[in-house]
Design a protein around this ligand. Structure first.
Ligand SMILES: CC(C)(COP(=O)(O)OP(=O)(O)OC[C@H]1O[C@@H](n2cnc3c(N)ncnc32)[C@H](O)[C@@H]1OP(=O)(O)O)[C@@H](O)C(=O)NCCC(=O)NCCS
Length: 292
């Protein structure tokens, strides 16, 4: 039971329970209704994958799920958090703050990164998160035909490429995301750039929301990142495609020109120290705004 201060009490819902989220149908269905209530595009499967890869808390009032928060530890020093939603009828009454407190209790000393909407920004500042960069969401239904690039260095990844993809992602992200990469390769596909027998870049694409989502994209140069993204634009011509790029990727204008305009952006915020990155390759597109 939540212990809320008098001035924060939710008068119509005096008894709110915060508890771990499970993968059972009632939790997934309630979570889906919650994300739909704030017009987020999550499908039930997207919630399932998010929970399988991390941990979640739900707030329940009178048997209805009214708020969520999830987090994804990567190693023992760093995690991302996200899918922080309070149902519109319950917003502005301290529930977001309560969920943050409980998540911070659960994550202890882990450094935390999140991508904040305008609505969430004040809440996260209160908990010591500070702005570090931006993430830009590009999406649209692609034209029915997107011709492949003539001189593309990209090929579809094989199962045997997975260890190299995991290693490259770890160098660019700063922490190992083995389970995430394995899950994405099960529910989607990967493409790589290989030079002199070494994998120097990769991209993944999976079903998400209204269509397909491309990410992560890790590459040695912006030109390689464009080739990797184009590979999936050609593969998914005629369908809805989303990509969340880092603010300093330099890919925004190219995506817009190629039919994927920006539809919004979020602010990347951090609490604590993000692990250092290594190697030449860098992350051009996120796995998702929540996964980082
Ligand atoms: C962001 C959100 C989770 C906040 O939850 P909440 O229960 O409404 O927040 P709280 O009542 O605990 O308020 C926490 C702080 O945020 C501020 N806040 C809440 N909603 C806000 C809004 N829409 N715009 C600006 N500030 C807001 C409050 O004033 C409060 O600040 P204070 O401590 O200085 O008084 C909720 O508004 C929401 O679900 N929004 C839609 C989905 C979303 O954008 N989620 C964030 C994803 S990163």
């Amino acid at each position: 039971m939540l212990d809320m201060k008098e001035d924060r009490a939710i008068s119509t819902h005096p008894s709110i329970i915060v508890r771990p989220m499970t993968g059972a149908d009632p939790d997934l269905d309630g979570a889906l209704a919650l994300s739909q209530a704030v017009s987020w595009p999550y499908r039930k499967d997207d919630w399932r994958v998010a929970l399988e890869l991390g941990h979640g808390l739900l707030a329940e009032a009178d048997g209805a799920i009214v708020a969520s928060i999830l987090w994804w530890p990567y190693g023992d020093a760093f995690a991302t958090c996200g899918i922080i939603i309070v149902s519109p009828a319950m917003q502005g009454r301290g529930l977001g703050r309560t969920l943050m407190e409980q998540m911070l209790d659960a994550t202890g000393d882990l450094a935390l990164l999140l991508n904040s909407t305008v609505e969430g920004h004040r809440l996260y500042e209160r908990f010591g998160f500070s702005d570090v960069s931006t993430v830009h969401q590009h999406q649209a239904r692609l034209p029915d035909s997107v011709p492949p690039l003539p001189d593309s260095a990209v090929r579809t990844a094989q199962a045997s490429d997975l260890p190299a993809i995991v290693r490259l992602d770890e160098q660019a992200f700063g922490a190992a995301r083995t389970r995430l990469i394995e899950a994405f390769s099960r529910i989607g596909t990967a493409a790589v750039i290989e030079r002199d027998g070494v994998i120097t870049g990769f991209a993944m694409c999976r079903r998400f929301g209204f269509g397909q989502a491309v990410g992560p994209v890790v590459a040695a140069t912006a030109g390689d990142a464009r080739q990797l993204i184009h590979h999936f634009m050609a593969e998914h011509a005629g369908t809805f495609l989303r990509i969340d790029i880092s603010g300093d990727s330099g890919l925004g204008d190219w995506l817009t020109t190629n039919g994927l305009p920006e539809v919004g952006h979020v602010t990347t915020m951090i609490r604590g120290q993000r692990p250092a990155v290594a190697g030449e390759a860098r992350t051009y597109s996120l796995a998702s705004q929540s996964f980082g």
